[in-house]
Every structure is written in C-alpha cells, then in structure tokens.
Design a protein around this ligand. Structure first.
Ligand code: GLN
Length: 193
C-alpha cells in the first residue's frame, strides 16, 4: 500500500511523517504520473485558493477526479477539505467537488484564528486533541455524507464513501488515530480491487 500527499503547498511533511509512523509507504506528489502507483491521496492544510490554482496549473484536476472515480480514497484536512467540497460559500467555483457539502472558509473569524479542542470523532476516538487554524466549517451536508465530529453543533469532520475530511489538523499532533482510520479505508479499498 502506498499513500501520496499532494505537495504543491502546505503542511506536507507532517502527513508523510504520520503515515511513516503507521508503517505506510508515503510519497510527496507533484505530478500526475505519480498517481498511477498510489492507493490513496491526502490533501494537506495550507491555503486552498493557492492550492486550487496550482492543481489547475499542473493539470492535476481531472487526473485526481479520475483517481477518485476509480474508488481510491481521499483525505483532506483544513484547506484540503475545502478542495474536496462541492460548494464553497462566496466562491464562484469549487475545486475537486467530490463531496456533497458546502463549506465556509475561515469560519471561526479572526478573533479565534486558532484554537484547540478535545473532540469525539465517530469511529476514531472520544478524546481527539484537534488543532484548528483559520479553519473552515462544513455548513451543509448532502444525504450521502456522514457527519463524524462537531464543535458547538457545527460539522468539522465527515465522510462520504471513500472521501474523508476534517477542518482541523490531525497531522499536527502525534496522535495517529485519524490517519489510522484513513489507512484502514485505503486498505479496504485495495482489498476490493
Ligand atoms: N484558511 C485556509 C484556507 O481557506 C485554510 C487554513 C488551513 O489549512 N490551516 O485555505
């Protein structure tokens, strides 16, 4: 099993590090040719508008959508979650649009730019230490989307089929349980091929 981390911008190294800690072969992805040998792909935190532009500039938009259509799992954290959403509030167009949900960028406002919270995440942990940095919120989910975690009644983690996302940064702590959950999704998808 081999999992890629999209490495155009953002917190790439932290994801690679956690995957390696779980004993999974992990690679930084910059080119579409690399997608062929991967079983799953992670979109890191960073700046979603910049990442969206780079995805288009390097002709990765359709190849990543094809990768998704082949049933290969995707994980997006923070800016990565924004890339996956079908709709972005106040934006003209979405990026990959592989999850039926609407997101609002920088939704916690400037006053609370960053904060940390202990989260119950369904199927993952009851006490996950989640780090939020200029985080987006999921403001609407379609019927196919399963909500996995909430903060004050607002959705911050969700799954739709083979796509998983979190508005926080599980890659910024040593707790590998969220990544383990994704690795299990990838393992199951590989077994089905
Ligand atoms: N605010 C960023 C964006 O909208 C996301 C922040 C992050 O990934 N830490 O792209």
């Amino acid at each position: 099993m081999k999992i890629g981390v999209l490495a155009l911008q953002g917190a790439v190294r932290e994801h690679l590090h956690l995957l390696e800690k779980l004993g999974v072969e992990a690679v930084a992805v910059k080119k579409q040719e690399q997608l062929q040998d991967l079983d799953g792909l992670i979109f890191p935190g960073g700046e979603s508008t910049t990442m969206g532009k780079l995805i288009r500039k390097y002709d990765l938009l359709e190849p990543i959508r094809d990768f998704y259509r082949e049933g290969k799992p995707l994980l997006g954290t923070c800016a990565g979650l924004i890339l996956l959403a079908g709709q972005i509030e106040d934006a003209d167009e979405p990026h990959l649009a592989v999850m039926d949900m609407t997101v609002k960028r920088n939704a916690f406002g400037r006053q609370v730019d960053s904060f940390e919270a202990k989260l119950a995440i369904k199927e993952v942990a009851d006490d996950f230490h989640a780090v939020f940095i200029r985080a987006p919120l999921i403001t609407h989910v379609g019927k196919e989307v399963e909500v996995l975690a909430e903060v004050n009644g607002e959705v911050v983690a969700a799954r739709q089929g083979n796509v998983l996302c979190a508005s926080f940064h599980p890659e910024l702590t040593d707790d590998a349980r969220f990544h383990q959950f994704f690795v299990n999704m990838v393992r199951e998808a590989v077994a089905l091929r």
